[in-house]
Design a protein around this ligand. Structure first.
Ligand SMILES: Cc1cc2nc3c(=O)[nH]c(=O)nc-3n(C[C@H](O)[C@H](O)[C@H](O)COP(=O)(O)OP(=O)(O)OC[C@H]3O[C@@H](n4cnc5c(N)ncnc54)[C@H](O)[C@@H]3O)c2cc1C
Length: 462
């Protein structure tokens, strides 16, 4: 490739290299923040009207609330560090939370190891097995040894058949539906490690929240990017790429073309595949589309009273369509929302599932009778307001052998990089890892650009 084709310059101005980041979720914002720290010029393009992506919010009584329930674990160090850099440590609030399980028409408290020993649906020997399983799972250091196993195989080996059938299988089925038997042991190991690692000395789970909601942090990050000279354009979806030879040179939106020396794409892989399709070999695009996703529908209820004292209620009864009932105001106080009690009903499903196409009113009519069976006192009159949120690409499906499907950050198109939720492994999606990966890709792109800038001529792929 000729030297002139790879020279780095801000198109038209001859200034710093210019990088376009597609997506203003936590990955894109963290990447842009890091790029501005490294002295790069950056434009973030976001299709939505607001920043925040899956951690975005809506208003309840004038306060921002996540469309999809969000918390951090005490071990989420990458995002905590970023909050610290932004001078916002005082906004991180740690609180003990109560976890429970709905099973066979009963609510069980499962917050501490002692609760596990009192968990009546299991025989006493199986309760001990369950407690031991959690400890043994957390002790696994080399997750690669689990890669050949499904979660079902691993959990059955560790805790026995009864523990698997009552405790784990309903959770796997509730979340992954027909994919449940093929989910990787690595995915489940990570969940056990995270939840187990976020406990205080008494064994209670301690979770963290950002004062003002996750959207407030996304907005703080966006403000910092802008203050450092970066641009964030909302309502500006990337619709196509500008390509010269095999190198990306810009991004098109409905209104403009933004020239770029490099592009970092953070949306879900099928969206990235659509952008790349006209410019790269078909088999590369096919490989990008190998990872499947689940969608999510969250019904959010503002209630005039509480359902229970539990924050996170796993639904282990197969007769119920939700994987969990999350009473957010048993974590962040009800006073924040003017006394309203906030409850999320979470349903993961295939995008093709008829439930995903239901109107908000239909979804509510479908959901409430189930909630009423769980909480017999609950009445529709308790509802002050309701909201239904949908995310098409909510959860990558982490099957056995997942690592082989993960695309690398460099793509078949020079200068075009991918940093997306589906590449997070062995951990699972989460804002903490979005920040880690966003910052890492920014450093990598910057280093590549500096290296190629200083090289007299470069012929290899970047
Ligand atoms: C139900 C649910 C519960 C969750 N709970 C937690 C939790 O408790 N704690 C936690 O840390 N994480 C949680 N997560 C995960 C967390 O929300 C995500 O991991 C994280 O927000 C992903 O950030 P991201 O930037 O990688 O992706 P996204 O947030 O998906 O951001 C991608 C962005 O790209 C934009 N975009 C798409 N196409 C285009 C285009 N063509 N042009 C421009 N922009 C485009 C999208 O609008 C979006 O804003 C949860 C997720 C869900 C679905």
């Amino acid at each position: 490739m000729a030297e002139s084709a790879i020279q780095i310059r801000r198109r038209g101005s001859g200034a710093d290299p210019h990088i376009v980041v597609i997506g203003a979720g936590f990955t894109g914002l963290a990447a842009a923040y890091q790029l501005t720290s490294l002295g790069m010029s950056v434009t973030v393009l976001e299709g939505d009207a607001e920043v925040g992506g899956l951690a975005g919010s809506f208003e309840v009584n004038g306060e921002q609330l996540e469309r999809f329930y969000h918390h951090w674990f005490a071990t989420d160090s990458h995002i905590m560090q970023l909050v610290g850099e932004l001078g916002g440590e005082h906004n991180i609030i740690y609180r003990p939370t109560r976890t429970g399980m709905y099973f066979a028409k009963n609510l069980f408290n499962l917050s501490t190891p002692l609760d596990v020993l009192r968990f009546k649906p299991l025989r006493y020997a199986d309760r001990i097995r369950l407690a031991a399983l959690v400890l043994r799972a957390r002790a696994v250091k080399d997750w690669k040894q689990l890669e050949s196993l499904t979660a079902e195989q691993w959990l059955s080996q560790l805790g026995g058949e009864a523990v698997y059938k009552i405790v784990w299988e309903p959770l796997l089925r509730g979340k992954f539906g027909s994919h449940a038997p093929d989910i990787s042991a690595v995915w489940f190991w990570n969940k056990l490690k995270l939840r187990g690692g976020s406990r205080n000395r008494r064994g209670n789970e301690v979770l963290a929240y950002y004062r003002g909601g996750f959207a407030a942090l996304a907005q703080r990050l966006a403000a910092e990017i802008t203050a450092r000279g970066g641009e964030i354009r909302t309502g500006a979806a990337a619709s196509a790429l500008l390509v010269d030879g095999n190198r990306v040179t810009g991004v098109k939106t409905a209104r403009e073309v933004i020239e770029a020396d490099a592009v970092i794409a953070t949306p879900a892989l099928p969206i990235i595949a659509d952008l790349l399709r006209p410019h790269v070999p078909a088999d590369y695009v096919d490989r990008l589309c190998k990872i499947q996703y689940l969608a999510n529908v969250c019904v959010v209820l503002d209630l005039d009273r509480s359902l229970s004292k539990t924050y996170w209620l796993n639904v282990n009864d197969p007769g119920f369509p939700f994987v969990a009932v999350i009473e957010h105001t048993n974590f962040e106080p009800t006073e924040t929302y003017g006394g309203r009690h906030i409850v999320y009903l979470s349903k993961y499903l295939a995008e093709s599932d008829p439930l995903y196409a239901m109107s908000d009113a239909q979804m509510l009519d479908y959901s409430l009778p189930h909630l009423q069976r769980m909480f017999p006192d609950f009445a529709r009159s308790w509802i002050l307001a309701s909201h239904v949120w949908r995310a098409r690409f909510a959860q990558p499906i982490v099957l056995r052998g997942y690592r082989d499907l993960i695309p690398s950050a460099e793509t078949a198109l020079e200068g075009f990089y991918i940093a997306t939720m589906a590449q997070i492994y062995p951990e699972d999606r989460g804002t903490n890892y979005a920040v880690r990966e966003g910052r890492a890709i920014a450093r990598r792109v910057c280093e590549r650009m500096r290296r190629s800038q200083s090289a007299p001529a470069q012929t290899g792929p970047d």
